[in-house]
Design a protein around this ligand. Structure first.
Ligand code: SAM
Length: 379
């Protein structure tokens, strides 16, 4: 995680303000941005005070959005940041590849202790009695995180935090959720646990995957803990409709290649309000794209072509979802160190639209690639 975000999380409740200054690029719109947290019924929000030509503009963000903003806009735009908290000031110098920090007032140890204490406030803290996580191999028998599963633990914790942030605004006491390409289903179990045990909401959670043995084990584990409305199905999600009834949320975590497109299409075609999707193995565009336009340089070296194609795929997915009426954010849901596949498409239906896909079509024509979500939406 970006070090400033770690400190925001660690010093939660004590922060007075966080100021970003010293623009990297003098043509950037704002010379300085100061953010202050404030409490609302929906949880902590942050007010941004943006300075431009002796004028000040304000914007309010949820904490999750603010953290994403810090990690992208804040980090990319400014060289300096200063976090002022009770008894502590942390000064940051932001370089392209690292961020240095200097703590005054309190010593680093106190900030580290606060960080450690905050860890205990994870939605799924180490030591929490979640037996299904032991069966799935994420927690050991004493409920500490198994070392080799630490990255997965970070991913599912963060995924749940992001869902939690949206759920607080949903005002629902019953939810139906589909997980496409659920695999060993760490996330699927935890989503069920979160809604039923933490939020005390009636939840129906269904996971779909190709692998029979994995699905069998997941169903046995769900039965073992009396998770009656958590079910797993052997299902190739690219072969037709997986579920007909009303759904509130579609989730995917690293569902391979076009399995993600079928998940997104299910949401679009069934009017599902919320999508949280972390794509993976975006092979389709990479294997069909050809040189033909201004970005040919990015298609010359295999490694760059692969990464460019993955970003292009997710940009096209985001564009199609937006054109279909979703509000779409692309956020870095965990630090790169915990997964290089760390972009999440977080989408909320605003108003269904007949999509104008001309921008996407222009790109497809220039570079001759195929893209499954486009094909599904277009048919
Ligand atoms: C990388 S794993 C991720 C599993 C899980 N979501 C997680 O994050 O731990 C991708 C999963 O997608 C499943 N998958 C790939 N293509 C699929 C398809 N067409 N239909 C259903 N599942 C699929 C694979 O079997 C695999 O279990």
């Amino acid at each position: 995680m970006f070090i400033i975000n770690e400190d925001i999380t660690a010093l939660s409740g004590k922060i007075k303000k966080l100021a970003f200054s010293d623009r990297k690029d003098k043509t950037s719109e704002y010379t300085k941005i100061t953010a202050r947290p404030f409490e609302t019924k929906q949880g902590i929000k942050w007010q941004l005070e943006k300075h431009k030509n002796n004028q000040v503009f304000h914007e309010n963000l949820s904490e999750a959005d603010f953290l994403s903003w810090c990690e992208t806009v804040g980090k990319d735009t400014f060289r300096q940041a200063c976090l002022t908290a009770e008894g502590t000031t942390v000064q940051y110098t932001i370089f392209p590849d690292k961020t240095k920090r200097k703590v005054t007032g309190n010593d680093i140890a106190k900030v580290e202790t606060a960080k450690h204490n905050k860890e205990k406030n994870y939605i799924l803290p180490q030591g929490a009695n979640i037996p299904a996580l032991v069966d799935l191999g994420v927690f050991s028998k004493d409920f500490t995180v198994v070392k080799s599963k630490y990255d997965k633990y970070k991913q599912i914790n963060r995924f749940i935090e992001i869902i939690d942030d949206s759920f607080s605004k949903m005002n629902k006491d019953e939810v139906t959720i589909l997980d496409f390409g659920c695999g060993k289903s760490y996330l699927t179990f935890i989503v069920y646990y979160y809604f039923t045990e933490i939020k005390k909401v009636k939840a129906k959670v269904l996971g779909f995957d190709l692998k029979e043995d994995v699905v069998r084990h997941c169903n046995e584990t769900a039965e073992k803990y009396g998770y009656d409305n958590l079910k797993f199905y052997v299902n190739d999600v690219t072969k037709g409709e997986v579920y007909k009834d009303n759904v509130d949320m579609v989730i995917t975590l690293h569902a391979c290649d076009i399995a993600t497109d079928f998940a997104l299409y299910h949401a679009i075609s069934h009017g599902v309000r919320h999508i949280f999707s972390v794509p993976c193995c975006q092979h389709e565009v990479c294997s069909s794209i050809k040189k033909g336009g201004d970005f040919d340089l990015l298609l010359t070296h295999g490694l760059i072509k692969e990464r460019f194609s993955a970003l292009l795929t997710d940009s096209i997915r985001a564009e199609i979802l937006k054109r279909c009426g979703y509000e779409v954010d692309i956020i870095e849901f965990v630090d790169f160190a915990h997964s290089p596949k760390n972009l999440m498409l977080r989408c909320k239906m605003k108003k269904p639209l007949t999509p104008d896909l001309s921008e996407v079509e222009k790109l497809m024509k220039t570079y001759g690639f195929e893209q499954k979500l486009y094909e599904l939406v277009k048919k």
